[in-house]
Ligand binder design. Sequence first.
Ligand code: ADP
Ligand code: MG
Length: 662
Amino acid sequence: MLGSRIGPALEIGAEAPKVGHFPPQKSAPARAPIAMTKQTLAFQAEVQQILHLVTHSLYSNKEIFLRELVSNASDACDKLRFEALDHPDWLEGNPELEVRVSVDRAARTITIGDNGIGMSADEAVSHLGTIAKSGTREFMAALEGEKKKDANLIGQFGVGFYSGFIVADRITVESRRAGAAAEEGMRWSSDGSGQFEVEPITREQRGTDVILHLRADEDEFLAAWKLRSIISKYSDHLSLPVKMRKEEWDGEKNEYKPTDEWETVNKAAALWTRAKADITPEQYTEFYKQISYDTEPPLAHTHNRVEGRSEYTQLLYIPARAPFDLWNRDKRGGVKLYVKRVFIMDDAEALMPVYLRFVKGVIDSADLPLNVSRELLQESRDVKSIREGSTKRVLSMLENLADSEDSAERERYAKFWKDFGVVLKEGLGEDHANRERLAKLLRFASTHAEEGVSLADYVKRMKEGQEPIYYITADSLPAARHSPQLELFRKKGIEVLLLTDRVDEWMLSHLHEFEGHALQSVAKGAVDLGSLQDEAEKQQAEAAATAFKPVLERLKEALQERAKDVRVTTRLVDSPACLVMEEGDMSGHLARLLKQAGQAAPESKPILEVNAEHPLVKSLETSPRFDDLAQVLFDQALLAEGGQLEDPAAYVRRVNAMLVTA
Ligand code: ADP
Ligand code: MG
């Protein structure tokens, strides 16, 4: 009986109003479900909003409704093919899965039919009346925002079914689940306003018919040629046939009329199984747009059949721009897994390392079992070798762009880096095997260039006798660029990399050297430029330090709570003082990042380095306000590196007092 198959959503009492709510109110009195009657239910509130937005925002790209409904039909066939592995009887003796699109000009309807898994009444209520996937709010924000008419969004957020209402003022869905009895069919129907109806029907064929009753001004979609062209535009790559009726010329009426014969309209060969030579760039791009819901063409793709220890086909794409949730490390990857052309799962995260989660595409394995689960994937040795192989391919794609002879390609890499560089940096910690290749792909800002400096560029420009690669980390580019710690380097023309991404500190804990050159922070340890500093300079500095010793002692005393040590430096040219960390201590920048993230950072005191040549420092010796000046020097050094004063009011008071005396 249908009633027993219908979930609580339909348990509405006999006297209850015909309009129910989904999900049902918990407090509603429990009644026996009513079988075999028509029920009217309200859409979930989010669905109503989506329906409104979809019909009012996406009208400029109406044709996508067919792509979405054909894609649902194809998904339904994929699901049946998969379920039939365990339940062969569900195929009901007819394993030829297909999608049929037909037009009834007199009734002004388009029907998208499939013989896939089908839907029971309770499934229809929940799949077509509520939104299961998260991200509805993002979807709506995106639709209302600048990308208003971006019709690809609809598929991205799993609300494709509702696009039917762009062209239809009523949608009827008739369906029966594979393996169920004919009497267990159901009809769902709605005009897309606030409610829908469900009723039991008898239906011999398994699968689903989605019937669109076209709006008055949508007659263009009654032309079969129009539908054919939309199908070949969007659905060529589907591996199952999408069929339409063959037409023949009717001389009397002067028009084509449909015959009883069905013919396949799409290519019906999964794109990745076709030979590269037979695939046009447009087809690669179209396929990418289908699987990624991106409107822009991809940056690059790679398509290979891999044979060897494990056998698989990969078609992988790098998007041209970052998706809105790129930063989310928990997001599953964008690679679909197929086994021998049978779709297994979306977002198979085990197929790509996390730092390549932006890669989209398909991997079709010849070795994995069809019933493989996500858990099994994590452990499979075949999957491990697929992941390694695919990672290498993606890195090669990036290297080809980055090292291309063609400056336009290098431009593309620069654009990629802007969007995805931060994520790629995660790879240095995550993927030790490819660390060297990843290091070559890194790009930085430096004291010598606005952006785009590779470590190789840096090494090429190193001064004669320079050993380490120098860098500074800071909260922002201006803070890095104007840091007092750079003064000596600037004077000597030594390049320093400016690192300001949040992941940089973490990356540096995994990247210690490049081509034999250690990476060295300019803000750690005593300044030692080795042979870059001449003897005379060194001697002069030592002499200054000796002469300055008594003042240093008093400074140490005054700042003993705040500074681990105070010493004279040659690092500074224009500034009076700066803070440095002892080698091995955590940088102030990293400590601040940890604090912001609510994590405990070890309290290590910095070292105050002073420029004995600076007038302010020189004035210390005779200053009547020695202690205040000492504190101010420290505070200013902290401010200059982007730190926060613990007692800003005290700083202001001290500076003002000194200004008045001056
Ligand atoms: P998505 O396809 O991303 O899940 P849709 O809005 O396109 O989102 O479809 C919603 C759900 O409705 C599908 O997930 C599926 O469960 C169900 N559905 C839609 N069309 C069909 C169909 N032809 N056969 C079986 N189920 C379908
Ligand atoms: Mg869909």
